[in-house]
Design a protein around this ligand. Structure first.
Ligand code: 13P
Ligand code: SF4
Length: 347
């Protein structure tokens, strides 16, 4: 039962001490996040991995691309473990490196040397390596504006992947018009837009997050009509119209800090993943917090890291066996690290 599993997790943590480090993303379930040595958004977790040179084992409570990033940013002696290998990301799955290479060939054919690739960390290590070798960088939702501004200081155009919404929301906030953006469809292998392609400054990959696509403008209108004092705060993986209609938009860290700093009695509708919304509700009983989508929106892959998988991974370590190790091949890691380091240097 749960009590017994929790006791077993505590026992391994005690036994391994500082040899073990457990980072946890804000979207993880409470049943595992209670054991995290540090929690954070994707940027903070990447920074923690880069800084940690002490732990032998990093049991990552998050999704596959985050564990890959941790492996890239830690030393060869350190082992990164993902308690359930099925914990992927629907957005990262919307771009594979071969599609990206083909897109790049077509885009550089069309626009010459004027484009720089920028990739959201929610992507495979192979795509990060592609970006690294082409002079680009990674971004997260908490530094996207800074990174897009940096990219424009390097080149005239940006190829932003795989999340079209984060790319569109960020570029728009920096003054790029919607008619200066186009979308690359990886299945049709065509550039889509309603403007003149010569004017295009941002090319967006046609990908999205299957959790954040469940928030829409109708829900915001409903809140405005029925609860006019409620403020709406959403993650920038939501679509452009949702972000435009919301009162605030930002990364998981930004959402947490905004709610924490809000005055008692304030009312909030949050457009992001369910575990985080539930946690904020419990941590702030003095504020009225609801999910923007009344049915709540779980990230099914984040939820795959549950207590049984977590305890299994920990106990295997205490018995001297490593399960579910995440290893990025050396050549891929080298180039992906270039893209990550360009971001970490600016962050
Ligand atoms: P952040 O923690 O950077 O806001 O990312 C959200 C997310 O969807 C991670 O998969
Ligand atoms: Fe991927 Fe969306 Fe889940 Fe984040 S919330 S891991 S972007 S599917």
């Amino acid at each position: 039962d749960r009590d017994e599993l929790e006791a077993r997790a505590r026992a391994v943590k005690e036994q391994l001490g500082r040899r073990l480090f457990i980072p946890g993303h804000h979207y993880q379930k409470d049943e595992v996040i209670q054991f995290a040595d540090a929690t954070g958004d994707s940027l903070q977790l990447a920074q923690l991995a880069a800084k940690n040179n002490e732990a032998e084992y990093i049991v990552f409570c998050g999704v596959h691309f985050m564990a890959e990033t941790a492996d890239i940013l830690t030393s060869e002696e350190q082992t990164v473990i993902l308690p359930d290998l099925r914990a992927g990301c629907s957005m990262a799955d919307m771009a594979d490196v071969f599609q990206v290479e083909r897109a790049w060939a077509a885009l550089t054919d069309r626009f010459g040397e004027t484009i720089l690739p920028l990739v959201y960390v929610n992507s495979t290590a192979a795509i990060k390596a592609f970006v690294g070798r082409n002079g680009g960088a990674t971004v997260t939702s908490s530094n996207a504006q800074k990174m897009v501004a940096w990219a424009f200081s390097q080149k005239e155009r940006i190829f932003f992947l795989p999340d079209q919404h984060l790319g569109r929301n960020t570029a728009y906030a920096l003054g790029v018009g919607l008619d200066e953006m186009a979308v690359w469809d990886p299945y049709e292998e065509t550039l889509q837009g309603n403007g003149d392609f010569d004017k295009v400054k941002v090319i967006l990959w046609k990908g999205h997050c299957s959790v954040h696509e469940n928030f829409n403008v109708r829900q915001i209108e409903h809140i405005r009509q029925t609860k006019p004092e409620t403020k709406v705060i959403v993650h920038p993986e939501c679509s452009w119209d949702v972000v435009q209609q919301a009162d605030y938009a930002g990364s998981t860290k930004y959402i947490i800090e905004t709610i924490r700093n809000a005055s008692p009695g304030s009312r909030w509708a949050i457009g992001t993943e369910m575990n985080l919304v539930n946690r904020l509700m419990h941590e702030h009983p003095d504020k009225e917090i609801i999910s923007l989508n009344p049915y709540m929106c779980p990230c099914l892959t984040m939820n795959r890291i549950d207590l049984p998988h977590f305890v299994w991974a920990l106990e295997s370590l205490s018995e001297g066996t490593v399960v579910n190790r995440i290893t990025v091949p050396k050549e891929v890691a080298f180039e992906a690290k270039l893209a990550l380091e360009r971001m970490l240097a600016l962050a």
